[in-house]
Ligand binder design. Structure first.
Ligand code: UPG
Length: 418
């Protein structure tokens, strides 16, 4: 029977008290108030992968903090084979506006898998009061589980402002079963969303996770030297899943334009290959081909041991971090980088401008040329770069740390419970 259950992700223990002196006091105080009324409630977060992207990054911190507040919370995963994740990646792309059609066979693959997961959900359902469903992969489960007497919330992490109608017309009829939906920006709410209670708030980073905790400089240097980066030479980095919306090839082109002006300049492209992201492998191969033979370009992955500490060291010691996305829900990597006081050159899309308001954190760009110019500008003006990074750190502290995200979630739960 074990097979008929959803996998539970084992998370650590965290205490909100440790965020005192780091996150805004007002958020921490409000959390105590809010949690009074929700104590003992049961909550589930449902997602597609335990590692490798923004959603898993958030849940790994958020779920233990819910539990610390007395809301009994589990994080569970849907099952899926390769064929299923091929389809969900196409749906992900289609919802962000990519062209193409969804075939009947793909719909059947998606729905057959969803039925199996709905069945698993029933088998091991405890009495949850709230179920958060993250992203499109498990999104139809609310409609397929009418017998679960919970409040259902769909958290959409991507830019669904202009979905390809083929994909949206397929998915949207299943969304009526939700009590509420959360988007990162108001303009992401797709046309004719059949959910009336819509919330808009940004995700957040965990300042105390191994990825974001301050690293002693010597350790950070050792970590980068270990993976082949020369820390006495200038360094530009992008950290992203290997995804075309993150435009890693555009980063390579921008880097190549800057290189003649900064001869020793290194480029690090760190990317994780996630379970639910089969396309990542293709993009990874394209990048390898496009950069073959260039010893100053480092393509780094979780498969060769680049994990939280390495990403932390890259974000801490890079002269400039780039996030040249052409579509982006939010881009946690931007806040992660600013938290370390490092300036960011970011694509002017989705949630990136929220993190880089004028004169704070870095520079917004629209093209490869602008990206190259901004990189060069910041590499040549370390004082300005430092000042932008310092303002970025404070901006992130005010708006994008985990306690604030918990406040927004708990306000919603309190409203749904009443
Ligand atoms: N990461 C690694 N190692 C890598 C590459 C990435 O640890 O080699 C991490 C990275 O540090 C970050 C996360 O993976 O913590 C990536 O998050 P994000 O930059 O937010 O991108 P996505 O994985 O695409 O996350 C989706 C949305 C994004 C949104 C996020 C949370 O695309 O826009 O910010 O969900 O809502």
């Amino acid at each position: 029977e074990a097979e008929a259950m959803l996998d539970v992700v084992d998370v650590g223990k965290r205490s909100l008290a440790t965020y005192r002196g780091i996150a805004p006091e007002t958020d921490l105080d409000e959390l105590h108030q809010l949690s009074e009324d929700l104590r003992g409630a049961r909550c589930m977060h449902l997602s597609a992968t335990p590692y490798g992207g923004g959603v898993s990054e958030i849940l790994r911190s958020l779920v233990p903090l819910y539990n610390d507040l007395g809301i009994v919370t589990d994080w569970k995963l849907i099952h899926g084979d390769d064929a299923f994740f091929q389809v969900t990646k196409r749906i992900h792309n289609g919802l962000q506006g990519a062209p193409g059609e969804l075939t009947e066979a793909e719909k059947a693959t998606y729905l057959a898998n969803a039925q199996l997961n709905a069945h698993r959900l029933v088998t091991d359902s405890e009495n949850y009061d709230f179920v958060f469903v993250h992203d499109p992969q498990p999104a139809v489960l609310a409609a397929l589980s009418p017998h679960l007497d919970a409040r259902w919330i769909w958290r959409c992490h991507i830019d669904t402002s202009h979905p390809n109608p083929t994909f949206w017309d397929f998915l949207s009829p299943y969304l009526h079963a939700y009590d509420a939906a959360i988007f990162t920006l108001r303009e992401f709410v797709p046309p004719q969303l059949p959910i009336s209670d819509v919330r808009v708030y940004a995700p957040a980073i965990d300042p105390l996770s191994p990825k974001n905790h301050p690293l002693p400089e010597m350790l950070a240097r050792d970590v980068l030297e270990w993976i082949g980066i020369r820390t006495h030479r200038p360094l530009v980095t992008q950290v992203s899943r290997f995804d075309r919306w993150k435009d890693p090839l555009g980063v390579v082109r921008a880097y190549q334009r800057v290189r003649p002006h900064v001869p020793d300049l290194q480029l690090a492209l760190a990317g994780s290959l996630a379970l639910d992201d089969p396309e990542g492998w293709d993009v990874y191969e394209e990048l390898r081909a496009a950069t073959a033979g260039d010893s100053l370009i480092h393509i780094l992955t979780n498969l060769v041991g680049v994990g939280n500490i390495e990403v932390n060291a890259l974000q801490t010691l890079s002269d400039v971090v780039v996030q040249k996305s052409v579509r982006e829900g939010f881009g946690l990597v931007v806040s992660e980088t600013l938290w370390k006081g490092t300036p960011v050159v970011g694509g002017r899309v989705g949630g990136i401008p929220l993190q880089l308001p004028d004169g704070t954190g870095g520079v917004l760009v629209d093209t490869v040329e602008e990206c190259a110019e901004a990189m060069l500008h910041l590499l040549r003006r370390p004082d300005e770069a430092r000042m932008l990074g310092a303002r970025g750190h404070e901006h992130v502290r005010q708006h994008f740390l985990m306690p604030r995200l918990l406040v927004d979630h708990l306000r919603l739960l309190k409203h749904l419970a009443s």
